[in-house]
Design a protein around this ligand. Structure first.
Ligand SMILES: Cc1ncc(COP(=O)(O)O)c(C=O)c1O
Length: 388
């Protein structure tokens, strides 16, 4: 067999992809499937952004931009921090990237030496551990549960922070749990990281999609925190592949150097289109969508609890509910498979998010209409009544 690098053994595919493929097969055969596994908004990109993208193409904006991104867009993002959060962020600290995915890879690459550890929540966003494996580092999951709102608590982080650790990576709101870190939590995590000579990276990709008031940015806590964000989720632009990182000043040239080599630049058309993302007309559309997600959350959360799923902490952000299904099964993967085959409902099994009790958890995404969610719950009810 031809050579394959050893690190590839550590890198797992998304298990939900197998379920998604099966769901598509069933749909092709005429079955109706309710999709509650999909991690992106069901809404298409708002019209003002699409129009700006078309205009950019017609104006011939088809060349590379600087590796750090279009200067106007960096300025616009900087203004956004002031408008939204009252935080003054120098545009020179903002690098525009091909999605939060690229931002995370850049940041990990400037922080992680071979053998270094990166602390992260388990359950957490599956790609994070793979970014660390790619650098021959060691992702270290901190098991999280309801007692700390499914976020790494300060005490656990302090205990896990050995000399091998170079960074802590958290997401607020979190994928898969939808729970947030308070400003106090972030301050405490930052203090621990700083005391140990390491870095704190906060992924704010689900900012804007919160349902109990707006979340504060970690940049209000310190300029020495790496903050990741994206146009994918709140702005509804997943396919445009555009995100950004705000870095401490002394890291900017390192990140720039790496971005030049790895990506050259983020997609140009997407960057021009994103300039329209912050216009009031667009923000009004996004606010209506946020309210729709809020309605869906308020429907689905009690409905799942009534069915017997345990969701002890109310998730106030993103579009996910991470539910304990141990009342029905000891094997959440099998449960998800059967739910799909027998009831036509697709969900994501816990195994995609880590090794801390994945077999007793599943993730529901409310990235489909209220009508579909109601139908999904009806099917779930019948499935469970049939002795799941
Ligand atoms: C927590 C988290 N971070 C980062 C990403 C990557 O997003 P993108 O590369 O589309 O900006 C995702 C996507 O699902 C996510 O859930």
């Amino acid at each position: 067999m031809n050579k394959i690098a050893r690190r590839m053994v550590s890198i797992q595919p998304f298990h939900v992809m197998a379920l998604l493929a099966r769901a598509r097969e069933l749909e092709a055969a005429g079955r109706s499937i309710i999709h509650m596994e999909i991690g992106e908004p069901d809404f298409v990109t708002p019209q003002p952004v699409i129009a700006a993208g078309i205009q950019a193409l017609q104006q011939g904006r088809t060349h590379y931009t600087p590796a750090t991104g279009l200067a106007e867009l960096r300025e616009r993002i900087s203004a956004w921090y002031l408008e939204r959060y009252g935080a003054a962020v120098d545009a020179r600290r903002i690098l525009v990237t091909p999605g939060a995915s690229a931002a995370l890879q850049l940041v990990m690459a400037v922080l992680v030496d071979p053998g270094d550890r990166v602390l992260m929540a388990d359950p957490g966003y599956p790609c994070n551990r793979n970014f660390v494996y790619l650098l021959n580092g060691e992702p270290h999951g901190i098991p999280v549960d309801a007692s700390t709102g499914y976020q790494p608590g300060c005490a656990a982080v302090r205990t896990a922070w050995t000399d091998q650790v170079s960074a802590l990576l958290v997401a607020s709101p979190s994928n898969p749990t939808g729970t947030l870190l308070s400003e106090r939590d972030i301050r405490c995590l930052f203090d621990v990281a700083r005391a140990r000579g390491g870095c704190l990276v906060v992924d704010e990709i689900y900012h804007g999609l919160t349902y109990a008031g707006a979340a504060g940015t970690a940049l209000s806590v310190s300029d020495d925190i790496f903050v990741i964000n994206s146009f994918s989720k709140y702005f509804g632009m997943t396919g445009w592949r555009l995100g950004w990182v705000v870095a401490p000043q002394e890291y900017v040239s390192q990140l720039d150097k790496l971005a030049q080599n790895l990506f050259l630049a983020a997609p140009t058309v997407s960057q021009y289109a994103a300039l329209a993302a912050f216009d009031s007309e667009n923000l009004a559309i996004l606010e209506a969508r946020r309210q729709e997600f809020h309605k869906r959350r308020d429907y689905l959360l009690p409905a799942l609890r009534d069915l017997g799923f345990v969701i002890p902490v109310t998730p106030d952000g993103a579009f996910y509910l991470y539910a304990d299904c141990s009342r029905f099964t000891g094997d959440s993967f099998r449960f998800a498979e059967r739910l799909l085959e027998e009831a036509g409902v697709a969900i994501t099994p816990g195994i995609d998010f880590g090794i801390h009790q994945p077999e007793r958890h599943v993730r529901f995404a409310y990235t489909t209409s209220l009508e579909n969610l109601r139908e999904g719950v009806r099917r779930l009810q019948d499935f469970l009544a049939g002795g799941a």
